[in-house]
Structure formats: C-alpha cells, structure tokens
Design a protein around this ligand. Structure first.
Ligand code: 13P
Length: 278
C-alpha cells in the first residue's frame, strides 16, 4: 500500500540531495497521468490539491480518488492538501486519508500563524500525517484566488517558526509566485541560503511553473526538498484537450487518454529535473 507521508519522501530526498515533485491534480485523468509518470520513472511523487480548487473538484469526491490512486500505485505516493484555507478542510482531508496537509497561515500575524500551525500539527499527529506550513508570502495566485505580492521569508523568523511549530516542511517565499511568470524569475537564492543555514526543517518551493532547470537545481542545492508544480499541468491538460477534440473521429475516450498522457509527460519532465544531480 504505497500511500506514504510527506516526511518519508522528503527524508529520502534529503539523503539523495534531490527534491520531490508535488503535482496538482483536478480530475481523474490528472491523477492517473501523474501516477503513471511516477511509476514509469520509478520515482515517488506527491499528488496534491489546493483548497481554491475544491469548488470545481470537491474534496469528498476527488480526495478518495487520490488516496485510492496512491494505494494502488507500485511507487510511493504522498497525498497532500495544498494551501488549506480552513481548519475544517484540513480535518476533512485527514479523515479522507490524506497523508499530508498544509494550512496556509502566511497572511496571518507571525504569532497567529504559529498558533494555527501548532493546532494542525497536533491534529495531524493523530493520523500519522505530515504538515507543511508557509512563512512569508508567495506571490501570484492559485486558481482564481486573490493575487498576492511577494514578501520574502525572514531567515531568523523561519528558524523560530519551525522550532515552535514542529512542522515537517516549510514553504518559503524567495521571489517565487504561483501562475505564469511574466519573465524568468530571479529568485533570492541569497535568502534561501540564509534560511537553509539556520533552519533544520526541509524547505518547499511553490510556483514551480516556468522556473528554469538550473534554478531548480540551485534551490535543491540550498535545501529545497519539495517543489510544487500546478499551472504547467493544467496548461498541458487544456492544450491536449483542445488538440484531441479538434481531431477527426474525436471522442470522450480519446480525450480522456490524451489528458492523462499530457499530464504524464509534464510530470515526467519535472521528475527528471528534480532527480538530476549537479
Ligand atoms: P504553479 O502553478 O506556479 O506551478 O505553482 C504551484 C504551486 O505552488 C501550488 O501550491
């Protein structure tokens, strides 16, 4: 039953000096495509869904599908709630069987973020699940959510935050943003290095779409052990759907296969970059 925790995958990544890819899913084809890429490359991955996606992909429907896909996979898969917005959603995800959760308190005050995150850590312990939290503000927006301005993570606060909360992974803000970058982002590797130097907790890079392979490698060298990719997979599905429906003899079954294949290709491409040694 290879449904595993974030903690386990991140600790393997730490030993190998690689990062685990965390791929957003929104329907069955995206789940199947991502898991197929993990099996094809024999590389564990995380499949995740953010709370802002739940209006179109209800948690009580897509959640059990994600868990079942992990349980039936021949490769270790972690099922993670990305950017939870409400404590109740975290509880629901844990009840469904998610092996990892994130409650995004990055817009709260430092103290309130600590308080809420500790509550999540306590709850997740009851289920043997892992916890990710965010400090600083990642830019852009998830789905149709409100766009946020980047606020880089302060290294000393990151150290204090991790010590006081006991989280398994910390999402940092170093100039990264969700969605499409207007130009190749200049990530603040200097800040990442400072965080990595003082913080024992593995780090997470959000906003993976559009980041250059060499920048991913620099981030991995400096403590990033989980990298989130969403927009690139949603784009792949959308483009594959357009092409598949434009074909002579198009039908639902060919469309479904094309969507899964497009996600598989995108996930496989990222897995190879994240596994690469310098
Ligand atoms: P992108 O949509 O930019 O790939 O970001 C994904 C992400 O960070 C999900 O939390």
């Amino acid at each position: 039953m290879p449904l595993v925790t974030l903690k386990k995958l991140i600790s393997n990544a730490e030993s190998n000096k690689t990062a685990v890819g965390a791929f957003s899913v929104g329907n069955m084809e995206m789940i199947l495509g991502a898991v197929k890429a993990a099996e094809k490359t024999d590389t564990p991955i995380i499949i995740q869904i953010a709370e802002v996606r739940l209006p179109t992909s209800p948690l009580e429907i897509i959640g059990p599908m994600m868990v079942a896909a992990a349980q039936n996979s021949s490769t270790d898969i972690c099922v993670h709630l990305d950017h939870g917005l409400n404590y109740e959603t975290v509880e629901k995800a844990l009840d469904i069987g998610f092996s990892s959760v994130m409650l995004d308190g990055s817009l709260l005050s430092f103290e309130d973020n600590i308080k809420l995150t500790r509550k999540v850590v306590e709850k997740a312990k009851e289920y043997g699940a892992s916890v990710e939290a965010e400090l600083g503000v990642v830019g852009g927006n998830e789905g149709n959510g409100k766009a946020h301005k980047v606020q880089c993570t302060d290294p000393q606060s990151a150290k204090e935050f991790c010590e006081k909360t006991g989280i398994d992974a910390l999402a940092v803000a170093i100039g990264n943003a969700h969605g499409h970058y207007k130009a190749q982002p200049e990530l603040r590797l200097d800040i990442l290095k400072q965080i990595d130097a003082v913080c024992d907790t593995p780090l997470v890079l959000h906003g993976g779409t559009g980041i250059a392979p060499e920048t991913f490698r620099d981030c991995i060298t400096n403590g990033v052990r989980k990298i989130n990719v969403a927009t690139a997979s949603f784009d792949a599905v959308t483009n594959a759907s357009k092409s598949a429906t434009a074909l002579e003899g198009a039908n639902y079954f060919k469309l479904s296969a094309a969507m899964a294949e497009a996600v598989c290709e995108n996930v496989e491409k990222h897995i190879k970059i994240f596994n690469m040694k310098n």
